[in-house]
Design a protein around this ligand. Structure first.
Ligand code: UDP
Length: 461
């Protein structure tokens, strides 16, 4: 445990278990440690290995609080909703054990920073009389939509909800979203169901947290950050992104998982391609395409004639789709089965565009690298994110939509061919503007770096 008398310098971090939530909160934690805080990170036997590098780099200021909890694996969009619901509920059982741990600690934390899926932590913080900060792995626009849904959804929800389109008139510049695009955010809410009620309470507690930290930046989402402040009724909303690992990009190949390919091999393959000739294709840590979708995508990549790196999850069915495909595209296409070192790929000069599911971390990482995107939103906050990057910021172009969509391979091939290595691509020009804004905001005197300092100062007092 920590030396006594350090109250005010000790933060308790409660991450959620999936990569898209864990990775950015761990990056944030590293920045807290570099600013002199000591941290305790709640871990389970599953997440402890992800924490090890942080602990071994800072053994005196980072501790893991490992609590017994066996979470079911959360993967695949089809059952993602139910798996996520279960994991959210199971993590909530740590409320009592964490409260006991705080009560028994000789220099207890002065603040809890908890992931969006651990909203119960704000009630816990109130019980023990300390501050709580919500960490949002989603952007400010998506968080505004999520807050509105949980706060305003009529109860019981309308029977004809499936056919309803939802508008968010309070939030600036929002289109109507058909219900199927939002239902993943609402986590299959069922009135009266105990898990649903627990999740609802946790989200309402998120809205009432003492502070909110968002992985975004004001040059990207200024209007939505302002809107969030209005929604929560105070100014303690800090945009501190883009959150990135502290170590250099090239050596961050193991971020969030063990890379299935040697980073050096990958880099030398990319080196052998011309600058700005490669399409990077990856749909994050959760999506698993069905066999027909994989086949359509393979066919589009083949017909497009462009160079590509395609990340295919290990447990994705590919028997028919990838048989002999790899031979036919040998030399210009690299298929990575498993976990890819996404940051080194996006930041390599050969990579010209990113076909993405519009996960928020992937978007932030593409913007940092100045890489324009082809958008295929599939679930969760991704439809909202696509509105931001394709329709508003115009750093992306839409090519498909929905977790079960099977794209027309001819159309997709054409879209890819036209996009790659296109001298005057307007999306690339916009992406380059965002790249510079992202670098400035994190630099000395930039808004995100100042917001980070403010957050730390508030959290300490
Ligand atoms: N990621 C990675 N390698 C992979 C797949 C994903 O490094 O093979 C990382 C990616 O860089 C990002 C995170 O995992 O930081 C995925 O988060 P995102 O919000 O994009 O999508 P999600 O997985 O939550 O759907």
């Amino acid at each position: 445990s920590f030396p006594a008398g350090m109250r005010g310098d000790h933060a308790l971090i409660i991450p959620f278990t999936t990569s898209g939530h864990f990775i950015p909160l761990l990056d944030l934690t590293r920045h807290l440690v570099l600013r002199g805080l000591t941290v305790t990170v709640v871990a389970t036997s599953d997440t402890l290995p992800l924490l090890s590098p942080l602990i071994s780099d800072h053994p005196s200021s980072v501790k893991a609080l490992v609590l017994p909890l066996c979470l079911e694996a959360t993967s695949g969009w089809n059952d993602l909703t139910s798996c996520t619901r279960t994991a959210i509920r199971d993590l909530g059982t740590l409320h009592g054990p964490i409260r006991d741990w705080i009560a028994g600690h000789h220099s207890p934390p002065s603040v809890i920073i908890s992931d969006m899926f651990s909203g119960w932590a704000h009630r816990l913080a109130q019980e023990v009389g300390i501050k709580s900060i919500l960490f949002s792995p989603s952007g400010a626009m998506a968080l505004s939509v999520i807050f509105s849904l949980w706060r305003d959804m009529p109860r019981p929800p309308p029977a004809d909800m499936e056919d309803t389109a939802f508008a968010f008139p309070e939030i600036p510049n929002q289109p109507e979203y058909p219900w199927w695009q939002l239902s993943g955010l609402f986590r299959a809410h069922r009135e009266g169901d105990p898990v649903s009620e627990f999740i609802k309470e946790a989200f309402l507690a998120n809205i009432q947290s003492w502070g909110v930290v968002v992985n975004s930046f004001s040059e990207l989402e200024g209007a939505y950050i302002d809107h969030l402040m209005k929604m929560v009724g105070h100014g303690r909303v800090w945009a501190v992104g883009p959150l990135l690992p502290v170590e250099p990009i090239v050596s961050s190949g193991q971020r969030g998982g063990i890379s299935s390919i040697l980073v050096e091999d990958l880099v030398s393959w990319l080196d052998s391609c011309g600058d700005r000739t490669v399409l990077y294709v990856c749909f994050g840590s959760q999506a698993r395409l069905a066999e027909e979708q994989t086949a359509a995508l393979a066919s589009a990549l083949e017909k497009s004639g462009v160079n590509f790196v395609w990340v295919v999850r290990e447990d994705q069915p590919t028997k028919v789709a990838l048989e002999s495909f790899k031979d036919r595209v040998a030399g210009r296409g690299l298929v990575i089965r498993g976990w890819a070192p996404q940051l080194p790929i996006l930041n390599h000069p050969a990579v010209d565009a990113f076909l993405t599911h519009c996960g928020w971390n992937s978007i932030m990482e593409a913007l940092v690298a100045g890489v324009p995107m082809l958008a295929w939103p599939m679930g969760a906050d991704q439809f909202v994110n696509a509105t931001l990057i394709a329709d508003q910021l115009k750093v992306a172009r839409r090519v498909s939509e929905g977790a079960s969509a099977i794209p027309d391979s001819d159309k997709l091939a054409r879209a890819i061919r036209e996009f790659i290595n296109w001298e005057d691509c307007p999306e690339r020009v916009r992406a380059d503007v965002m790249r510079r804004a992202a670098a400035d905001t994190m630099g000395h005197g930039g808004s995100s770096s100042e917001n980070f300092d403010k957050m730390v100062k508030h959290a300490r007092n």
